[in-house]
Write a protein that binds this ligand. Structure first.
Ligand code: HPA
Length: 277
């Protein structure tokens, strides 16, 4: 089965169950899934109910789509994403993103937990993603191009939409939430970085490092979605602190940041919706 046939199959399996049409697709990263419980839920769909859909295996990632209204905005939320380090092909990793585009979403709002690479960041900071470095993972566009999804050689000059970034920055100001800005670099994981790798990331121009997102935005950009993203800097990168890193620490930091993060995402989504309508 080609990736496009698989995608079509997933879409048909989804549409047979759910008729909701989202405007904004939101991917919730590690420890941030609880936001999905706060919307006016109209339907949910577990990933394992979709024929051919890759399953998330990470603790803290629920693995379902939640459809509903965040205030008045129709959204689809991915409560848990699929990671490359779980062993899936890159095409499987981005299948949910492409599927949300097929559902009708025009905007992709990505979130994640990351390690701070910029020495001026603190654990618990939020970072508006201005650009990304994805060259340490394979491009999800490798292989035959499917023109019905997008062009063979997509432009990448403004992955994260300038207007949407301005809306998020204004929303943070309105809500009096501190918002850093910077470049996100995706490495494969699942191991955290060594101190030398964190220094490498910094030398390359990154401000935060993580194990997701950049591949998904490549697929979304290819498919013509508008993209915006916020990273929750759960910890400082290895070498910037004394302590060894654990997944538990990342989850706890994300939990702690969650109330403010939720406020910022909700406010941003409402304001993005206004700008689209
Ligand atoms: N590195 C990579 N991914 C992460 C980190 C980190 O330090 N923290 C949370 N996700």
């Amino acid at each position: 089965m080609t990736p496009i046939e698989k995608l079509q199959k997933c879409y048909e399996s989804f549409r047979a169950k759910i008729d909701f049409v989202p405007e904004i697709a939101l991917i919730l990263g590690s420890g941030l899934g609880a936001l999905a419980d706060e919307i006016d839920v109209k339907a949910t769909l577990n990933y394992d109910e979709i024929e051919g859909f890759p399953k998330s295996t990470v603790p803290g990632h629920k693995g379902r789509f939640v459809f509903g209204y965040m205030d008045e905005v129709p959204v689809v939320i991915m409560q848990g994403r699929v990671h490359y380090y779980e062993g899936y092909s890159m095409q499987d990793v981005v299948l949910p993103t492409r599927l949300m585009k097929m559902m009708g979403a025009k905007v992709l709002f990505v979130t994640n937990a990351s390690g701070g690479v910029n020495a001026s960041f603190s654990a618990g900071d939020f970072m508006l993603i201005t650009d990304q470095i994805a060259n340490f993972v394979p491009s999800p566009l490798i292989g035959a191009n499917f023109e019905e999804l997008g062009t063979r050689f997509p432009d990448m000059s403004e992955i994260y939409d300038k207007d949407l970034r301005a809306i998020v920055a204004d929303t943070a100001k309105e809500l009096d939430i501190k918002l850093q800005q910077g470049v996100y670099i995706q490495l494969t994981g699942p191991n955290f970085e060594s101190p030398a790798e964190v220094r490498m990331c910094r030398t390359l121009g990154a401000d935060a490092v993580g194990m997701s997102t950049a591949c998904e935005t490549i697929a979304a950009n290819h498919a013509g979605m508008k993209i915006v993203g916020i990273s929750c800097v759960a910890n400082l990168g290895c070498g910037l602190t004394e302590n060894p890193l654990t997944h538990k620490e990342v989850m706890e930091a994300a939990d702690k940041a969650a109330p403010l993060f939720k406020k910022l995402i909700r406010g941003s989504i409402v304001n993005i919706h206004k700008s689209l309508n």
